[in-house]
Structures are given as structure tokens and as C-alpha cells.
Design a protein around this ligand. Structure first.
Ligand SMILES: [Fe+2]
Length: 264
């Protein structure tokens, strides 16, 4: 389903600290940017740009989504398992569902926002961009359900929207001494060098290899699709309910505009 976010790279300038934003959003972007050390001999490279923000309408939209998802699950439950994942064509299955479309629009705007930040030096400022949500599905989990570490293919941006965080960990301190419950963990490139690698005082920075998104009702988290991530096992009184998605982004020419020439 092609959703044109209806914004330009310049016009859709979401203000940081707006009422719908989460406290962590700025920290994520800023924490991954190279910090000037003041030492002209040092180069720090390749930050990761992500976005988290809360949907302003989540208190209205989420109950309608929960109703839709549980009805859908009851119709299509394929076995006796406690957890459930729908197919990824929800937008095609429910093209007229008001709240689902509101969420899709919010997601599309978030993708434009984070892609604009990541491509700030490359996008033409006034250029219109459109977002093609290539898959959107929901998952209901409990009883320690989880997914292994993975990435998403054939897309540039992926994300999770927490419809019901339930008993998920809410902060690094909330499950002190235990594994976090139901968080979404993202892994940076340093994780590749941890297993069997050499560790000493000189490469302590390699331990800074992951970041957790703590679920909150109505929170959206968008990340580059190639970033490894893992939904941690969840168990609680109520089910953890999320929407997952992935998307492609196009400019006005409608092409992927990827240069396969020899100049790069
Ligand atoms: Fe995923």
C-alpha cells in the first residue's frame, strides 16, 4: 500500500520537545552523533539515526486497534499457541479501518522525519518524498514469547508501535538484576566483535553495543532496517501487543534513486 506522507523534506519539520514526543527521542539521535572531542586528529564515523515518539491520539486509537486485533486473532488463530502474529498485509485487509489508517499515517510521517534527519546532507530540501509501507502486521505475545535477533530486508526503515506495553520493563532499573521484560533491543556494529574477540581496557567502548526501546502505550520506534534487533521474551498479566512494519521511501521521480555507478 502506497502512502504518500503528503509532506516535503523541508515542510515536515517536527519540533523537538513537542507534546507528543518522548524524552528519549532526542537522546537517541544525539547520543549516536559523533561528539567533537576537541582533538583535531580524531575522526568518529557512522552514527545510527533512530526515532521514538508518542502518538498524540494513542488513547483513542489503541483501544480500537486492540478490538480489531483480538477479533482478527480469534478468526484466524492457527493453533493453540498463546502468542500470535498476523500476516503483514493488514492495510490491504482493512483498507477502511479508520484508526489503522490513522496509525499508518503517523508511521509514514515518522519515517519521513527520521529519514530526513539521516539524509540531511543528501536530500534536496524542497523535494517531496513518499513512503511505501511494504508490510504492516500485529503481534500478541505472552508466556516468554520472543523473536531471535534479525534484520528486515527489501526496505530502508522498519519499526514497532506499542499498542499495549502491559508489564514490559519501563526503564533500565525496572528489572534490576533480571533480564528486561519485553523490550526491543537493538544492536550496533560493535556486537560483531564481542564473541571470541579480544577485550582489554583499550576497547571497553565495544561494550556499548546495544540500546533498548522500553515499550510504552502509543510509542513509535523507527530504525534503519539493517540494524539487528531482538524483541526480548515477554511474560505478564496482560498480553504485549505491538504493530510492526517496514517501508520504502521514494523521491518525486518514484525511483529508488540509488546510484550504481562507479563514482561512489
Ligand atoms: Fe523485527
Amino acid at each position: 500500500m502506497l502512502i504518500n506522507a503528503g509532506v516535503t523534506a523541508r515542510d515536515r519539520s517536527f519540533k523537538r520537545g513537542n507534546p507528543g514526543s518522548l524524552a528519549g527521542a532526542d537522546e537517541i539521535i544525539m547520543a549516536k552523533k559523533p561528539k567533537p572531542s576537541g582533538n583535531p586528529n580524531i575522526v568518529k564515523l557512522w552514527p545510527t539515526t533512530m526515532l521514538t515518539k508518542r502518538f498524540a491520539h494513542y488513547q483513542k486509537v489503541n483501544p480500537a486497534l486492540l478490538e480489531l486485533f483480538y477479533q482478527h486473532q480469534q478468526r484466524e488463530q492457527r493453533g493453540a499457541q498463546k502468542s500470535y502474529a498476523s500476516k503483514d498485509d493488514l492495510l490491504s485487509q482493512y483498507p477502511l479501518h479508520k484508526e489503522l489508517n490513522e496509525l499508518a499515517e503517523f508511521i509514514s510521517q515518522g519515517i519521513v522525519e527520521v529519514a530526513r534527519e539521516a539524509n540531511a546532507d543528501l536530500w534536496q530540501g524542497s523535494e517531496k518524498v513518499s513512503v511505501n509501507i511494504t508490510g504492516l502486521w500485529f503481534q500478541i505475545s505472552n508466556n516468554h514469547a520472543f523473536h531471535e535477533m534479525h534484520v528486515h530486508g527489501n526496505c530502508s526503515w522498519s519499526g514497532v508501535y506499542y499498542v499495549r506495553a502491559a508489564d514490559c520493563s519501563t526503564s533500565p532499573a525496572s528489572n534490576s538484576g533480571e533480564r528486561p521484560n519485553g523490550v526491543t533491543r537493538f544492536y550496533g556494529p560493535h556486537v560483531e566483535h564481542m564473541a571470541g574477540g579480544f577485550g582489554d581496557y583499550g576497547n571497553l567502548y565495544l561494550h556499548d553495543n546495544h540500546w533498548d526501546s522500553f515499550p510504552e502505550d502509543g510509542k513509535l520506534c523507527i530504525f534503519p532496517s539493517h540494524i539487528k534487533h531482538m524483541p526480548f521474551p515477554y511474560s505478564g498479566e496482560e498480553d504485549r501487543v505491538i504493530v510492526s512494519f517496514h517501508a520504502q521511501v521514494f523521491n518525486s521521480s518514484g525511483s529508488q534513486s540509488y546510484n550504481y555507478g562507479f563514482s561512489n
